[in-house]
Design a protein around this ligand. Structure first.
Ligand code: FAD
Length: 465
């Protein structure tokens, strides 16, 4: 009676399985690929033999659930925290946005005022918009669920420069959509839950090991509960008897269980459910309405360090106003090459480019950001296109994101998880972890989502939450 099938071994599937196992249930996790991690994983590059992440994955201090999952997996100490961010501003040296020991929401104020990248006029406009975001609070941001964030920028009179140099880089990298496309509440959440809530909440965490290694201990944790993780096993369909889901069909036949948690993305789930099943559960009615936004990750290997000037080596760099939003310094690899990783979010325009063209565009941005790197070219390049990286968080999207639980009308033993479910978070590892925890709690009746990191008292008093 306690066997639960978990379809998919991404962050949501791992999170659900760990919590099921801890509650004394037996998860049977079925993952089509030969490894765990889903969209947040690594692969062995056949050209070089290196293990590379599909893309840099960033967590923030406010991501309480993915950090809780890392704790449970015993890998939280592999996250390295960066309180400050560096913003390219050539030909000057990069601006540093670093929190001061002041109460939120004022902790970034001094560093922000010192940023030479932005004019005084832009800083005043951005400050006014931040004040409005504080006053809107959580309830206010939900009124922006059906409008694009660009409307908010227009209402607060943001200049072209403020948009291009500040709002765009943050929103595009966090939401994987430009300001004119992303739902207002999704973009607002980025500022409200991190920069405005507290210094820790806005601290950026980067894994010091490859992403795939973060999940190694999940296998033993699940097996100790009597459960199992079956890699290389595709679910072909969910068996439905007209009322309940009996199990799943794989190439080896029917695997039955008391409950099923699907953690696959909506387009994949649509292929697993029959028409009668889709008709029986309102949560399955909108699967075809989700659209996706691509992200491009580019690994570059140089013989000399490139993310540095005559004063320091930079751990990362934000590129305001450029097509490449971020460079991450991955250090020297075993062969002595300097590894830099470029990230381009909302990368629709890049998907048709070949690797040579991609490398040329990324290099142009690198040479712009770090003038000292001009003339240096990479000895190796590996680009990874993720065409369906995240669902498009367009206005109105939250209306169709389903809940974990079947509710009164759904298939009673089918539970849904994945970053696209109604977690209240954008498509992130945090959202995926929350969804997995919610689904496991819906099955077992214990546990659930870990609470948010509370905003600082002054920020709360001002209305943030
Ligand atoms: C390039 C890129 C960069 C990103 N950057 C960040 C970042 O910096 N920070 C952040 O928080 N998030 C980031 N994300 C988003 C994050 O990776 C996702 O939100 C999260 O990993 C989603 O996890 P999930 O478990 O919901 O789904 P998935 O990871 O998609 O997991 C679903 C799993 O189901 C498996 N599956 C599918 N069909 C079947 C089937 N029929 N049978 C069995 N198994 C099946 C898949 O192989 C997959 O492993 C990024 C995503 C991408 C692609």
């Amino acid at each position: 009676m306690k066997r639960v099938i978990v379809i998919g071994g991404g962050v949501a599937g791992i999170a659900a399985s760990i919590r099921l196992a801890e509650a004394g249930w037996k998860p049977v996790l079925l993952e089509t690929r030969g490894k765990l991690g889903g969209r947040a994983t690594s692969f062995e590059d056949p050209r070089s033999g290196r293990v590379l992440d599909n893309c840099q994955h960033v967590v923030m201090g406010c991501c309480s659930n993915i950090m809780d999952l890392y704790q449970r997996l015993g890998v939280a100490d592999r996250i390295e925290w960066h309180p400050e961010t560096w913003w390219a501003n050539p030909p000057r040296r990069p601006d540093r946005l670093r929190p001061a020991p002041l109460p939120a929401p004022g902790q970034f104020g001094l560093a922000f005022l010192r940023m030479r990248l932005l004019s005084t006029d832009s800083k005043i406009l951005i400050g006014q918009a931040m004040w409005r975001l504080i006053r809107l609070g959580f309830a206010g941001r939900m009124h922006w669920a059906d409008r694009p964030f660009a409307d908010f920028l227009s209402e607060t009179g943001q200049s072209e420069d403020a948009r291009r140099l500040f709002w765009d880089p943050v929103v595009i990298s966090a939401c994987n959509l430009p300001c004119h496309e992303v739902a207002g509440n999704h973009a607002m959440q980025v500022f409200q839950e991190s920069f405005l809530a507290g210094g820790w909440q806005a601290t950026m965490g980067l894994s010091t090991c490859d992403l795939r290694s973060l999940y190694d201990s999940a296998i033993s944790a699940v097996e100790e509960s009597g459960g199992v993780i079956r890699l290389g096993t595709s679910v072909r369909g969910i068996a439905f008897d007209g009322i309940r889901a009996n199990g799943v069909v794989t190439d080896e036949g029917l695997v039955s269980a008391a409950a099923i948690i699907s953690t696959v993305p909506p387009d994949r789930l649509a292929r697993l459910v029959s028409r009668p099943m889709a008709a029986a559960d309102p949560r399955l009615a909108n699967l075809h309405r989700f659209k996706f936004s691509p992200i491009l990750g580019v690994h570059l290997f140089f013989e000399s360090p490139v993310l540095r000037d005559d004063v320091r080596t930079y751990p990362h760099m934000v590129l305001p106003g450029r097509a490449t939003q971020w460079f991450f310094n991955k250090g020297r690899d075993e062969s002595g090459l300097h590894h830099v990783h470029a990230v381009i979010s909302a990368a629709d325009d890049w998907m048709e480019l070949d690797e040579e063209a991609i490398a040329a565009r990324v290099l142009e941005d690198l040479h712009w950001a770090m003038p000292g790197s001009r003339g240096l070219i990479p000895v190796e390049v590996r680009s990874v296109k993720e065409k369906r990286a995240t669902f498009r968080a367009s206005p109105g999207i939250d209306d169709i994101r389903p809940s974990a639980r079947p509710g009164g009308f759904g298939v009673p033993n089918l539970y849904l998880a994945g970053d696209w479910c109604d977690t209240g978070w954008p498509a992130t590892m945090e959202g995926a972890a929350r969804s997995g925890y919610s689904a496991a709690a819906a099955v077992t009746g214990v546990g659930g989502v870990i609470s948010d990191v509370p905003a600082g008292p002054l920020a709360r008093w001002m209305g943030l939450r």
